[in-house]
Design a protein. Structure first.
Length: 287
């Protein structure tokens, strides 16, 4: 499983290169992680999980560019960076700060799929006319079900005070039928409280967009996704809302080198460290 992706380093290099590579990992990890990401071995692993519309070269090129644009990412453990890359690859989303965000969280990387990224995944799997909205108290809003019939109407009050935010809703056409998901603001806030980044980042700067993403993610459970993409969405949700870092174990550079050159350290879940609040990978882009 790629979640213990460090094991895939085992045959990265052999023979006389071992000592050189070990020294490079300890002395220049920032440069080395870029060379590992763009190596043929890593691209081969990435290609195994990528959907057909992306290439491993695209993924690695964007990943290297993101690390260059956000220097703090290079301070994260190589295991965490590569697991983040593989998670984006499995979902079929480029880690470009638009469809997927990589957020330095101390020495680990947190992946947050963007609202736009979820829409892209849905559209590439045949889901059509995807909409996500924020409902305010003074908007015209009707939602209900009568047997198999779903009533849904929304008319924003653009000419007056829309009032406080009360709910989020998402609609789409799936298999020729209209699908609707509605969540109250209280339900969204309850989910927000479980996020490690609930007090900073997009939950603070772009609350409405995060609310839209939350209702879309709940609706995505009914989308006809591939097993790989479904697993990626589940993993991203667990990473964001769990207090346990399951897929981003901490390793020292010596442990990484040891794994590359023939030994696999035990992979165990560790509790999230008490570290500085995460920073958005791109400060000038909104959700």
């Amino acid at each position: 499983m790629w979640q213990v992706f460090i094991g895939s380093y085992l045959h990265y290099t052999q023979g006389p290169k071992r000592e050189t590579m070990s020294n490079e990992l300890e002395k220049a990890p920032k440069q080395d992680i870029r060379s590992l990401i763009t190596s043929d071995e890593m691209r081969g692993k990435i290609a195994e999980v990528l959907p057909k519309y992306l290439t491993a070269e695209q993924m690695t090129r964007v990943m290297v560019g993101t690390i260059a644009r956000v220097p703090k990412l290079a301070d994260c453990t190589p295991a965490s960076l590569l697991n983040a890359l593989m998670l984006c690859a499995q979902a079929g989303l480029l880690p470009d700060g638009r469809n997927a965000h990589l957020i330095p969280y101390g020495s680990t990387v947190q992946v947050i799929f963007d609202y736009k990224g979820l829409v892209q995944i849905a559209e590439r799997n045949g889901v059509q006319n995807i909409r996500a909205i924020a409902v305010h108290k003074n908007d015209v809003f009707e939602y209900g079900m009568d047997g198999a019939n779903v009533t849904f109407k929304w008319q924003p009050n653009f000419l007056g005070d829309r009032g406080e935010l009360v709910a989020f809703a998402a609609t789409c056409i799936r298999d020729g039928n209209t699908d609707v998901e509605v969540m109250t603001k209280a339900e969204v806030d309850a989910i927000r409280k479980r996020s490690k980044a609930s007090g900073s980042g997009p939950w603070v700067t772009d609350y409405a967009e995060m609310g839209k993403k939350t209702v879309l993610r709940r609706m995505s459970k009914r989308w006809p996704l591939s097993p790989e993409q479904s697993a990626a969405l589940d993993t991203e949700a667990k990473e964001e809302y769990s207090l346990t870092q399951v897929f981003a174990p901490k390793f020292t550079e010596k442990q990484i080198a040891s794994s590359i050159f023939g030994e696999q350290p035990a992979i165990e879940a560790t509790e999230s460290p008490k570290e500085p609040e995460p920073e958005l990978a791109t400060k000038d882009e909104t959700w």
